[in-house]
Write a protein that binds this ligand. Structure first.
Ligand code: AR6
Length: 170
C-alpha cells in the first residue's frame, strides 16, 4: 500500500528517492523551490544536467540526478501558470503529478516528495491545486502499487493544511 502524507519542511533536506521540483519550461532554474533545489544540489551540475533536455513542456516531467542533495533524483515538472482557470490549468496540473509519478516508478523510486506545484509565483489557487494533486496521486497509486510513500512537502502552514484537508476529503 502507498501512504500519502504531508510534511512541512524544506524539500532540499528530504532523504527520499526523488523530490519533484516546480520548474519552468526552459528548465533554467529560477526562484522559489526551483532556486533552492538548484542551489542545494550544486548549481553547475544541476544546470548542466537540465540543459541536456532543451526544455520541457508544461505538464510533462524530466529526471536528473540529485547530485549533492540527500535525494537520489530530482524530477522537474513545469506546472501551469494560472490564467483564470479556463486555459486547461486543471488538466495540466494533473498531468504534472501523473507524469512525475510515472517517471519515479520507471526509475525504481519507492519514496517521492512533491513541492506544491504551481501554487507559488505561478498563482494556481492553493485549495484547488491541493484537490487536484491528491486526486491525481490517489488515481495513480490505485493503478500502480510500486511506490511506498508519496509525500507532499509544504513550505508553510497554510499549504500543509490545504493538502491535509484534501487528503481527508478525497
Ligand atoms: N521547499 C519546499 N517548498 C518550497 C521551497 C522549499 N525550499 N521554497 C519554496 N517552496 P514556486 P511555481 C514552495 O513559486 O508556482 C520558479 O522560479 C512555495 O512556498 O517555487 O510552480 C520556477 O523556475 C510554494 O508553495 O513554484 C518557475 O519559473 C511552492 O514551493 C516558477 O517559479 C511552489 O512555489 C514556478 O512557479
Amino acid at each position: 500500500m502507498t501512504v500519502i502524507k504531508v510534511v512541512q519542511a524544506d524539500i532540499t533536506t528530504l532523504k527520499v528517492d526523488a523530490i519533484v521540483n516546480a520548474a519552468n519550461t526552459g528548465l533554467r532554474g529560477g526562484g522559489g523551490v526551483d532556486g533552492a533545489i538548484h542551489q542545494a544540489a550544486g548549481m553547475a551540475e544541476l544546470d548542466a544536467a537540465c540543459a541536456k533536455f532543451h526544455g520541457c513542456p508544461t505538464g510533462e516531467a524530466v529526471i536528473t540526478p540529485g547530485f549533492r542533495l540527500p535525494a537520489k533524483y530530482v524530477i522537474h515538472t513545469p506546472g501551469p501558470i494560472w490564467r483564470g482557470g479556463n486555459h486547461n490549468e486543471d488538466r495540466l496540473l494533473a498531468n504534472s503529478y501523473r507524469h512525475s509519478l510515472a517517471l519515479a516508478v520507471q526509475n525504481d523510486c519507492r519514496t517521492v516528495a512533491f513541492a506544491s506545484i504551481s501554487t507559488g509565483v505561478y498563482g494556481f489557487p492553493l485549495t484547488r491545486a491541493a484537490q487536484i494533486a491528491i486526486k491525481t496521486i490517489r488515481q495513480f497509486i490505485a493503478q500502480d502499487q510500486r511506490l511506498t510513500e508519496v509525500i507532499i512537502c509544504a513550505f508553510n502552514a497554510p499549504t500543509a493544511r490545504a493538502y491535509q484537508e484534501a487528503i481527508e476529503q478525497n
